[in-house]
Design a protein around this ligand. Sequence first.
Ligand code: KIV
Ligand code: NA
Length: 265
Amino acid sequence: TRRITVHDIAAAKERGEKWPMLTAYDAMTASVFDEAGIPVMLVGDSMGNTHLGYETTVPVTMDEITLLSAAVVRGTQRALIIGDLPFGSYQEGPVQALRNATRLVKEAGVGAVKLEGGRRSLVQTELIVQSGIPVVSHLGLTPQSVNTMGYRVQGRGDEAAHRLLHDAKAAQEAGAFAVVLEMVPAEVAAEITRSLQIPTVGIGAGPDTDAQVLVWTDMAGLTAGKVPRFTKQYADLRRTLGDAAKAFADDVVGGAFPQEEHTFH
Ligand code: KIV
Ligand code: NA
């Protein structure tokens, strides 16, 4: 079996096929998604929230993304693995961006990288793509800009919608092979999807994008507390895992574990 490539992604848009994407942060979980047929996985800097205990994605480092991306690559055989460029790893300019994208490809083995911003990350996107590394652009709500942007729907109103479309076209022009649209009005996402040759990947962007991505811990009900309204919860893993831990604890305290079949003599 060979890995999905950016050419397969382009062909899917030509055929009008929708496709799913999930985040992944470790080899074990990634292998489950690979076996389930998820064709594209993102080692998102959302790991800052889900796995590293940070309040935002802002503190996530290249070392952290590289370590977890390598694990996801090792745990999978078929999926295209996209590594997220964390805050501070590309904002200085194209040379810094290329250096860190190259590190993710060489050290972790990812097939593509993602960075936030359309026109503001244009020169970075151009140089990385020209160097032979596929790039995904992330537009709309860009969590690395939480300190200037906050967490709210982006692209509401004619002017903002126009700016977003402009950013998406610029990303495509710079060579991006896909555009993530996070928390934008469905109508705007649909318009951008119609206007681009490359696929759009929606998260909180309505039903008309070419692909959909969710943070896997939100999708599977493992995240503590409130999850965004755009998430659909497909399992209740937090309860399942908590119940297993409690049952184990009860068994140990009550002497019900281990039994004869778990014991060596
Ligand atoms: O880090 C992440 O998980 C992401 C997705 C939400 C697109 O960037
Ligand atoms: Na991200």
